[in-house]
Design a protein. Structure first.
Length: 123
């Protein structure tokens, strides 16, 4: 974009660069690089000043301007979904019950092992 502006509007681009304190510009490449530096150092103000120099500014403004006269408002439908336990507790292959059943089995097995150990230690 900066190269395009520098090539198609070099005099105005040079004046913008001068206004930001850049005077040592000898080629179109220097000019486009200077435009980039102006935006990097001065932000939105410099960007607006440089975009005002764009040869196709009117076409870009027309393209990105919303014409409210011809457009109907869009209807937005929002559906609220409340996740159920079956939808939330799923493992990688999509099965949720397998993980829960295995966990319950490990808990039951651990409790049985502890109970068996307690019974053996009392004798």
């Amino acid at each position: 974009m900066y190269q395009y502006i520098a090539k198609n509007n070099p005099d105005a681009a040079y004046e913008v660069c001068k206004s930001y304190g850049y005077h040592d510009i000898n080629t179109l490449e220097d000019l486009s690089h200077c435009l980039e530096i102006c935006v990097a150092n001065n932000g939105q103000e410099a960007f607006k000043n440089i975009m005002d120099l764009h040869p196709d500014k009117d076409a870009l403004v027309e393209l990105f301007t919303v014409n409210n006269i011809n457009q109907q408002p869009m209807e937005v439908i929002v559906k609220e979904t409340i996740p159920t336990t079956a939808n939330v507790l799923k493992n990688a292959d999509g099965g949720g019950n397998t993980l829960v059943n295995k966990t319950n089995l490990y808990i039951l097995g651990g409790a049985a092992l502890i109970a068996f150990t307690i019974l053996l230690s009392k004798k």
